[in-house]
Design a protein around this ligand. Structure first.
Ligand code: TYM
Length: 337
């Protein structure tokens, strides 16, 4: 069977290096695999789970689409579209929510992290977020989901929802069971200020992350100031013990250079961090610079971006509509035709 890849990113704040290394860079590779169809979504409905941002959402959606293309996704090969432009996502999300036990959602660690201390104030949307995410993939009969490590639990939930639907309602293998693809050296990029916290676009300190829009000076400054320890650059994985910041910087280098961590340590092990940081800074600027400037160019031609999103939305709708129709038939909904 043909592989159908589905993945997405939220248009909240600026994309950061973790989004690129943990997901986007892998998406670009998958686009050229034989017998593989790729669908990459800007998940704007998910972005609303932490509040509406009407003044900036449309532009953030375009910016994420621009980042996809600037990183190497080709709209002729991959479908690149905004989630809210395919109404079937929300429809299937509702239907799947009705067969998802609360107990399954209560286990989701991301809700606990994002809801913070006062869970009573978190939106119902944040709570049911993983159900919409299941709908995103199942709506296309997606088979593989390339994501960073933090999304693994959500992909497992989507498999459980698919199994439940297939066994108890469809009584056949209607939805394929999507597999997580957690690829490459940097499946969880950590903060530059704290090697035990994930690099995130919503973290308070801008110094904790490299944004896809940062220029060379900002990148160099952030890497120079990145937290390290009093030791030298580790020479093997055993020396990562108790040194999360050192491990993180080696991981970032490895992922950017398409090397293994050990290869990086063969080159830099035993050196001072200052020398390694200079090399990491040059590498990051060399790899991210072209993406940043291409993104800027694309954002300068909003009409062209909108044309790409509109064309892809038609292609996505054409795949999603018949699958939604079949799902509704299975569930016994009345349809006009
Ligand atoms: P989001 O927008 O938080 O992140 C997008 C992708 O980037 C990865 N990522 C990271 N990878 C490594 N290190 C990091 N520090 C890091 N930070 C983010 C995420 O794992 C993700 O792959 N729920 C998803 C969006 C989504 C989705 C989907 C994904 C909605 N529907 C359907 C796949 C399939 C999310 O919040 O991603």
């Amino acid at each position: 069977m043909k592989k159908r890849i589905f993945s997405g990113m939220q248009p909240t704040n600026r994309l950061q290096l973790g989004n690129y290394l943990g997901a986007l860079k892998n998406w670009v590779k998958l686009q050229d695999e034989p017998d593989t169809e790729c669908i990459y979504c800007v998940v704007d409905l998910h972005a609303n789970t932490t509040g509406y941002t009407p003044d900036t959402l449309k532009q953030s959606t375009r910016e994420v689409a621009a980042a996809y293309i600037a990183a190497g996704l080709d709209p002729k090969k991959s479908i690149i579209f905004a989630q809210s432009s395919v109404p079937a996502h929300a429809q299937l999300g509702w239907m799947l929510g009705c067969i998802t036990p609360l107990g399954w959602l209560n286990r989701m660690t991301q809700f606990k992290d994002k809801a913070g201390k006062d869970k009573e104030k978190a939106s119902a949307g944040l709570y049911t977020y993983p159900v919409l995410m299941a709908a995103d993939v199942l709506l296309y009969h997606g088979t593989h989901v390339p994501v960073g490590d933090d999304q693994k639990q959500h992909v497992e939930l989507m498999r459980d929802i698919a199994i439940s639907f297939n066994q108890h309602i469809a009584k056949r293998d209607f939805f394929p069971l999507p597999e997580p693809l957690i690829m490459g050296e940097a499946t969880r990029v950590m903060s530059l200020r704290d090697g035990t916290a994930k690099m995130s676009k919503s973290a308070e300190s801008d110094m904790s992350r490299i944004n896809l829009t940062d220029d060379a000076d900002a990148i160099a400054n952030k890497i120079k100031k990145a937290k390290t320890d009093a030791g030298v650059v580790p020479a093997n994985e055993a020396e990562f013990e108790g040194r999360p910041e050192a491990r993180n910087l080696i991981t970032i280098y490895a992922a950017l250079a398409d090397m293994s961590k050990q290869q990086v340590m063969n080159e830099f092990g035993g050196q001072q961090f200052s020398a390694f940081k200079n090399a990491l800074s040059d590498l990051t600027v060399a790899k991210m610079g072209p993406i940043t400037s291409r993104m800027r160019e694309l954002m300068g031609d909003v009409a062209e971006l909108d044309r790409i999103l509109a064309d892809s939305s038609d292609r996505a709708n054409a795949i999603a509509e018949p699958i939604l129709k079949q799902t509704k038939d299975i569930l016994g909904f009345w349809s006009p035709r």
